[in-house]
Design a protein around this ligand. Structure first.
Ligand SMILES: Cc1cc2nc3c(=O)[nH]c(=O)nc-3n(C[C@H](O)[C@H](O)[C@H](O)COP(=O)(O)O)c2cc1C
Length: 201
């Protein structure tokens, strides 16, 4: 799906095609594709090559494991993710191996997730990240040790038919992702002073 029409400057097709649907097909993901998702995450850059990301993953056929993750989701996210064949939880290690604090662990974990999501797009899959989950329940039920921070749950699968969703969920599905204009996001080296790179010429 190419759902982005608002690109005043060209970007890579994979970035244009990535989106976060609420509708998933319940077809399983081939194991080799699933492994490639984590391989892509593995090659993300990180501060001092600390690689602070960890992933918990469950496929739907691992019923108890899948339910452990699914039950952590808030109800609204359960309603959109219930057909997804794979659930994941990203977790950030907040310390380096020597015990010193890693202030960029969340940043780096987000980069690993984006690698995973872009790889998913390349494989014809879709992914929806979800902050709406009970962190304390995930910590306890998934036995996440101290010093590790649950970051985001991710539903992954093949794109589904929105017609199979409830009317309310369909209404929530945005027709097109809306993005702020670059002038609101990119400044010169002085806060809010427009950068010269967007001047005509
Ligand atoms: C960290 C993060 C948390 C998110 N949490 C949720 C969530 O709890 N529920 C949900 O439906 N979507 C969630 N999303 C999806 C965003 O709403 C979505 O990425 C955004 O609307 C932009 O749409 P797009 O990804 O299709 O471009 C989350 C995305 C991110 C990156």
């Amino acid at each position: 799906m190419d759902n982005q029409t608002d690109n005043p400057y060209p970007i890579h097709d994979l970035l244009r095609q990535r989106w976060s649907p609420r509708a998933f097909d319940d077809r399983p993901i081939e194991p080799e594709k699933l492994r490639s998702l984590f391989e892509a995450a593995r090659w993300a850059p990180s501060l001092d090559n600390g690689q602070p990301w960890r992933f918990l993953v469950a496929t739907k056929d691992e019923t108890a494991e899948y339910e452990r993750l699914f039950n952590c989701l808030v109800t609204g996210n359960q309603k959109s993710a219930y057909r997804a064949p794979v659930l994941m939880l990203s977790v950030a290690h907040l310390q380096f191996e020597d015990g010193s604090p890693n202030a960029h662990a969340l940043h780096d974990t987000g980069m690993a997730v984006e690698n995973l999501v872009v790889q998913a797009t390349a494989l014809g899959l879709v992914a929806r990240q979800m902050a709406g989950f009970r962190i304390d329940q995930a910590r306890e039920d998934c036995r996440i040790p101290d010093g590790y921070e649950p970051v985001v749950m991710i539903a992954v699968g093949y794109p589904g038919d929105p017609a199979l969703q409830s009317d309310r969920l369909r209404a929530q599905e945005p027709p097109l992702p809306v993005r702020k204009p670059l002038t609101e996001l990119v400044y010169s080296a002085t806060w809010e002073l427009p950068s010269s790179i967007f001047r005509q010429g």
